[in-house]
Design a protein around this ligand. Structure first.
Ligand code: HPA
Ligand code: MG
Length: 224
């Protein structure tokens, strides 16, 4: 599989204003808390449909080997669920073969004061040895600096999986990027704080359908 060509990623430009929030359904409890709708729920679904197709055919054409999909909680849960639904749909509609899928769910906790260790604490997978020999697909909501993903890959690779790929819904354009490029990217977005579709700000906004840019009012209201 060739590495991802960033020129072919769906880019949302820095000057993209998205859509006015009052033209979409936003829960009352978030009124004024988001400044605009950046990616509508419908567009998210349409883009995931293509990612699912890309992932399915990559594995289908490479021997239909089983795929072990790992959801990085909590932010990845909606993307994971919608992505796998769509891959499973493709599996059900091919008579001449399919890609068996198994799942796991993890949360990540950075070791304190161990920036240099290059490791991350993986919670939820008691025995990482189970990854040995598997084709792993890590499913993540957003790659910001890429540092956490670099650490996660570092840790997972120690358990000798057969292959590791990463699918992320969003990749942020930030000067702080480590340069890490995932294998599958839904959208490349401006360096703004986004919420919704399971992405949170202090655990709020996961219950918002669309991906929106948080407003100053939202930041203040849900500050801890
Ligand atoms: N939104 C939510 N979580 C995040 C973001 C963001 O923009 N960047 C890194 N984690
Ligand atoms: Mg995440």
């Amino acid at each position: 599989m060739a590495s991802l060509d960033l020129d072919r990623v769906l880019k949302i430009s820095d000057d993209c204003e998205g859509f006015p929030t009052d033209l979409f359904c936003v829960p009352k409890h978030y009124e004024g808390c988001v400044s605009n709708v950046l990616i509508t729920h419908g567009t998210i679904q349409d883009r995931i449909e293509k990612l699912a197709r890309d992932i399915f055919y990559d594995f289908y054409n490479q021997g239909k080997e089983p795929l072990h999909a790992i959801c990085v909680l909590k932010g990845g849960y909606k993307f994971f669920s919608d992505l796998l639904d769509k891959v499973n749909g493709l599996n059900s509609n091919h008579n001449d073969g399919s890609v068996p899928i198994s799942v796991d769910f993890i949360r990540l906790k950075s070791y304190e004061n161990t920036e240099s260790s290059g490791e991350v604490n993986i919670i939820g997978l008691d025995n990482l040895d189970c990854l040995q020999g598997k084709n792993v697909l890590i499913v993540e909501d957003i790659i910001d600096t890429g540092k956490t993903m670099n650490k996660l890959l570092n840790t997972i690779n120690k358990y000798n999986p057969k292959s590791v790929k990463v699918a992320c819904l969003l990749r942020k354009r930030t000067p702080l990027s480590s340069g890490y490029i995932p294998d599958y990217v839904g959208f490349e977005i401006p360096d703004k704080f986004v919420v919704g579709y399971a992405l949170d700000y202090n655990e709020y906004f996961r219950d918002l359908l669309h991906i929106c840019v948080i407003s100053k009012q939202g930041i203040d209201k849900f500050k801890v």
